[in-house]
Design a protein. Structure first.
Length: 201
């Protein structure tokens, strides 16, 4: 009998030069496969892209937050400035020029909503007769302005005014009295307008 030798991993094959080489799998140590290298580089790239997106998102959030804060500060400053100016107009008058050009009352009507303008005209018409009778003059000086609330469309301000009044009854002396006014303004076409006036008790 011919002896047969079982060969598994070391079966021999003959190449074109008559050399015999193992036909089974090679056990030599090989380097990392191209797929694993690409896989590692692919994961790294994805992680880097995610980090960049996170940083961009954080930057956009910060910029928007700063812009919103700047917008709020701008609204507050403009409302506070307008309230201070209107406080002077509302607490000042001169019997020689109650409704004429550049008078305090004319400025009130110029910076008022239609509703407030109508109410103010009604009140000032009745008051003008009395002021003219006693040669009354009043000058308002704003001491402080505080904002109770402010938004893009409405602002409520508390105005503290020292009003100095002179008339024929009190001549030659004048009287200075402190006033506290609650002023509601609305914003139209980028301008604050007087909409409501209250004198807190």
């Amino acid at each position: 009998m011919t002896e047969m030798t079982n060969m598994t991993d070391t079966d021999m094959t003959e190449n074109q030069f008559g050399e015999q080489r193992p036909s089974g799998p090679l056990h030599a140590k090989s380097g990392p496969s191209s797929q694993s290298v690409i896989g590692r580089f692919g994961i790294t790239a994805i992680v880097n892209i995610l980090l960049i997106l996170i940083l961009i998102g954080a930057l956009i959030f910060t910029v928007l937050r700063v812009r919103d804060q700047d917008s709020q500060n701008s609204l507050r400053n403009s409302a506070k400035t307008a309230a201070g100016t209107y406080g002077i107009y509302l607490s000042s008058y001169d019997y020689k020029n109650l409704n004429g050009p550049n008078s305090a009352w004319a400025n009130v009507e110029k910076h008022a909503t239609a509703k407030f303008r109508h109410d103010f005209e009604t009140t000032s018409t009745d008051l003008s007769k009395l002021l003219s009778q006693y040669n009354a003059v009043a000058t308002g000086q704003v001491v402080d302005v505080g904002l109770e609330s402010v938004s893009s469309s409405t602002a409520v301000a508390l105005i503290f005014v020292d009003q100095t009044v002179t008339n024929t009854v009190q001549k030659p002396n004048s009287v200075t009295q402190p006033l506290r006014v609650k002023l509601t303004m609305v914003r139209q076409n980028g301008q604050w307008l007087i909409d409501q006036l209250q004198v807190p008790k």
